[in-house]
Design a protein around this ligand. Structure first.
Ligand code: GDP
Length: 364
């Protein structure tokens, strides 16, 4: 169900499928339901829910993922019809966050977001399929089973709130440590370059290309919740750091915004942003605008930016040309074929602060 057009719904569903694959699932089928408003009992309405039940039976699916946010009662109502686990978009994204959060702060931010998500859903939790699952070990249960374990789920609201307050305090205390690290880097005057952009735009692929590092490339929207910092060199041998950042997603649920932003702070601190754009996406310009809005929100709008228009091998040349003309600083590349990468290395080299400049400042 969607408030937008059918095309928007399909784009959103495509991203949902990519997210599900990131979380380790195999996507078997998808259906779109058009209604004036969601059904209060089963979200889809009983006819469509039965249709979905038949698809589930025919494909042998073990999970249904709904591209929206479900009320707890709708989730249970739909589970009763389709007879498999039902999760919503937020649950899926949280699951991916949980899978990929590595740093202490990333983990704390994700747990906070999970508890926030859980809090209004506490009543009746575990009445349906999670009870049937019988509290099996999380491994192998798939999407929606990672995160706060059964014991935490059974905590009452007050204890959850206490835990949330503690997490908030811990997160606040972690910030100074990160500031110090930043200052050190500034002092070392190693130029820093941040790779940012939408989900699946090709950020990890590009990071690999630019650093020859063995970072695992997967079709993973959140392969890098915690910024990964690597070393790279310009063609004339100037060293810089290159950090990958968590990918943007369409309609990020509000309770995930903080966790998402905390991982993007790296961007606000960079000397240069490589804003990676998937030129083969249906709406690359819309994505550019959405990413820039967040740059403004995190106070990164004045940092020099190169638009890295990626996937030129798969893109419409007309769209590539249009963006090239409209944007000031564009380099067209394909992380897959290697096209344009030398030009990008040159452009990075021209755009980062040079050590001489720093010396000039120090020795007037
Ligand atoms: P990230 O989520 O932004 O880090 O994106 P990835 O680097 O994981 O790439 C997402 C998907 O796009 C993967 O399936 C890549 O193989 C694919 N991809 C990356 N770069 C290119 C490219 O230049 N051309 C094409 N056709 N596919 C690409």
């Amino acid at each position: 169900w969607t408030e937008g057009t059918l095309e928007e719904a399909e784009n959103s569903l495509r991203e949902l499928a990519a997210l599900a694959e990131t979380a380790g699932s195999e996507v078997l089928d998808g259906i779109v339901q058009r209604r004036l408003k969601p059904d209060p009992a089963t979200f889809l309405g009983s006819g469509k829910a039965k249709e979905l039940r038949d698809i589930v039976a025919a494909t042998g699916a073990d999970t249904v993922i709904v591209d929206s946010e479900l009320a707890p009662s709708q989730r249970r109502g739909l589970e009763d019809v389709v007879k498999v686990k039902v999760i919503d978009r937020t649950g899926l994204i949280l699951d991916i966050f949980a899978q990929h959060a590595k740093s202490k702060e990333g983990k704390a931010q994700v747990e906070l977001a999970q508890l926030e998500y859980l809090l209004p859903r506490l009543r009746g939790w575990g009445e349906s399929l999670s009870r049937q699952a019988g509290g099996r070990a999380a491994a192998g249960e798939g999407i929606g089973s990672r995160g706060p374990g059964e014991t935490k789920i059974e905590l009452d609201r007050r204890r959850i709130r206490t835990r949330m307050a503690k997490l908030r305090r811990e997160i606040a205390a972690m910030k100074p440590a990160r500031e110090t690290k930043r200052l050190n880097r500034r002092r070392n005057s190693v130029p820093s370059v941040a790779i940012a952009g939408y989900t699946n735009a090709g950020k990890s692929s590009l990071l690999n290309r630019l650093t020859d590092a063995g970072v695992l490339v997967e079709n993973a929207l959140f392969a890098t919740l915690d910024p990964t910092v690597r070393r790279a060199q310009t063609p004339d041998g100037i060293g810089y750091t290159l950090s990958d950042t968590v990918g943007f997603v369409r309609s990020l649920p509000t309770q995930l915004v903080e966790a998402f932003r905390s991982t993007l702070e790296e961007v606000a601190d960079a000397d240069l942003i490589l804003h990676v754009v998937d030129a083969s996406h249906p709406d690359p310009e819309g994505q550019i605008r959405a990413v820039r809005q967040v740059f403004t929100d995190i106070d990164a709008q004045n940092i020099p930016e190169i638009i890295v228009l990626n996937k030129v091998d798969a893109a419409d040349p007309f769209v590539v040309e249009r963006i090239r003309q409209r944007e000031r600083n564009v380099v067209v590349v394909s992380a897959r074929t290697g096209e344009g990468l030398d030009a990008l290395r040159e452009r990075i080299s021209e755009s980062i602060p040079r050590p001489e400049t720093v010396l000039d400042l120090l020795v007037p």
